[in-house]
Design a protein around this ligand. Structure first.
Ligand SMILES: C[S@@+](CC[C@H](N)C(=O)[O-])C[C@H]1O[C@@H](n2cnc3c(N)ncnc32)[C@H](O)[C@@H]1O
Length: 217
């Protein structure tokens, strides 16, 4: 379990995806986030004190479940940049599509991707409900919507091969147990950043019920 900022940075340096250039990009992302957080409330001030563990590693740990070269990656409700911007920072050749509906957060994501020189990042500045369907190889979402609602909103971007990566914090097991009406291979992986948290991962084979339209949150 990663408990300190020093452990978080050491863990990142051991990642196959984290060469010197990637580490510099991550340092820059953290610097930009600290600056932007003074202008808008992207993450809590308390979590900024543990930004490497709480946000960077919490995002980067998802890469362990995705073979290199898998693309495109769709991140839903990216907000401050997690996990999508961290993924793009560590795998700059991967096409990463970030979906975010709030104007100031869209502008932040566009500015950060430009500053970090990540040409394969595409920011979809819109409600997810209004984003045109296109198959994704990976779908991630952290703190976006309850699992059932999340699937209703985003199953249309998934094929039976799409890898879903859903950091769900301490509710992971319960949300998965409560899930009804979907054919899937989901299971919960232990989070590296919180002993009580989990990441729901697996594939979605389809729905056994009609899919509703509506708001994410
Ligand atoms: C709680 S924040 C989480 C942000 C980020 N994923 C993280 O873990 O730090 C949820 C984000 O989803 C965005 N959001 C909510 N509903 C959305 C929708 N229907 N379409 C696109 N973005 C949405 C919000 O604007 C917000 O930035």
């Amino acid at each position: 379990m990663i408990e300190t900022e020093a452990q978080a940075r050491d863990w990142l340096r051991e990642l196959p995806d984290c060469d010197d250039a990637a580490m510099l990009r991550l340092e820059r992302l953290v610097e930009l986030l600290r600056e932007e957080n003074q202008r808008q409330n992207l993450v809590s001030a308390a979590s900024l004190g543990e930004v490497w563990r709480r946000h960077i590693v919490d995002s980067a740990q998802l890469l362990a479940h995705v073979p290199r070269g898998t693309s495109p990656w769709l991140d839903l409700g990216t907000g401050a940049g997690f996990p999508g911007l961290v993924i793009a920072t560590l795998r700059p050749d991967c096409e990463v599509r970030l979906v975010e509906s709030r104007k100031r957060r869209i502008e932040w994501l566009e500015r950060a991707a430009h500053d970090l020189r990540l040409p394969h990042v595409k920011v979809h500045g819109a409600r997810l409900q209004d984003v045109p369907s296109r198959n994704a190889a990976i779908i991630s979402a952290r703190a976006f919507a309850p699992l059932d609602r999340l699937l209703e909103l985003s199953a249309r971007f998934s094929t039976s091969d799409t890898i879903w990566l859903l950091p769900k914090g301490r509710s992971a097991k319960q949300e998965l147990q409560m899930l009804r009406g979907w054919h899937h291979t989901f299971h919960v992986e232990q989070s590296l950043t919180d002993i009580e948290a989990g990441v729901i991962t697996g594939t979605l084979q389809g729905s056994a019920k009609p899919v509703r339209k509506g708001k994410a949150s």
